[in-house]
Design a protein around this ligand. Structure first.
Ligand code: SAH
Length: 215
């Protein structure tokens, strides 16, 4: 088999694995098919981009497990008119998937190297509705609020108050909650007119949300 044929087969198996983890939303599956995870993994781990595993990226961080990206995206129920905020750009992969489903995506990262790396992949792939910014995401992006959807891809001890405040009424936020390095729970928050509704979805494991900017 040629290398191209091998890669194509690996990408088909990749989608099959994601479906087998229970993801059924065709818009999400199409986005996962279209956005090549290999573009977001560099160096020695690039060959493992189609495995359903988190992998190391720069600054001691990780690109999330693709089936977790798919399940979180599905649970976020993103619509084509939505303005979405992601906290924790990392490689940019999750934001790129969201760019296929939303009107506009803002993703924030505390490490400048990661934000710049992600933005250059967005540019290379021609993803014009997603912007990576360097800032401490625990404060959200007050100037651009409210958001229809917010997704936090680092674990917080509690859903950060500023993010709850920046969620539109009727909006949905996904956030892994728990102590760092122990099992965390993925929470879905829905903002109602009279308060917030919390739902526990599943156990997950993310790197911690850290306050302040990185190196
Ligand atoms: N969504 C990423 C994976 C996220 S890993 C992807 O698709 O590849 C979590 C990221 O959150 C790390 O890059 C980490 O640097 C970042 N992070 C942690 N605390 C943060 C904070 N307060 N503000 C912004 N980014 C933060």
């Amino acid at each position: 088999m040629t290398q191209d044929a091998q890669l194509a087969e690996a990408r088909m198996r990749f989608i099959f694995t994601i479906r087998s983890r229970g993801v059924t939303d065709t818009r999400v599956l199409q986005a996962m098919e279209k956005i090549d995870r290999r573009a977001f993994v560099t160096g020695i781990f690039a060959d493992r981009a189609y495995e359903d595993m988190p992998l190391p990226i720069a600054c001691g961080q990780t690109i999330s497990q693709p089936s977790v990206v798919a399940l979180m995206t599905e649970a976020l129920q993103v619509g084509p008119r939505d303005k979405v905020l992601e906290i924790g750009t990392g490689s940019g992969y999750q934001a790129a998937i969201l760019s296929q489903l939303a009107r506009r995506v803002y993703t924030v990262e505390r490490h400048r190297t990661l934000a710049q790396g992600a933005q250059s992949v967005f540019d290379r792939l021609g993803l014009t509705n997603v912007t990576a910014m360097v800032t401490d995401g625990s404060h959200g992006l007050p100037d651009l609020a409210p958001f229809d959807r917010i997704i936090v891809t680092a674990a917080a001890e509690d859903p950060p108050g500023p993010l709850l405040a920046q969620l539109r009424i009727g909006g949905i936020m996904m956030v892994p909650v728990g102590q760092s390095d122990t099992v965390q729970t993925l929470i879905r928050v829905i903002r109602r007119e009279d308060g917030y509704e919390y739902e526990e979805l599943r156990a997950v494991r993310f790197v911690p949300l850290i306050e302040g900017l990185g190196q």
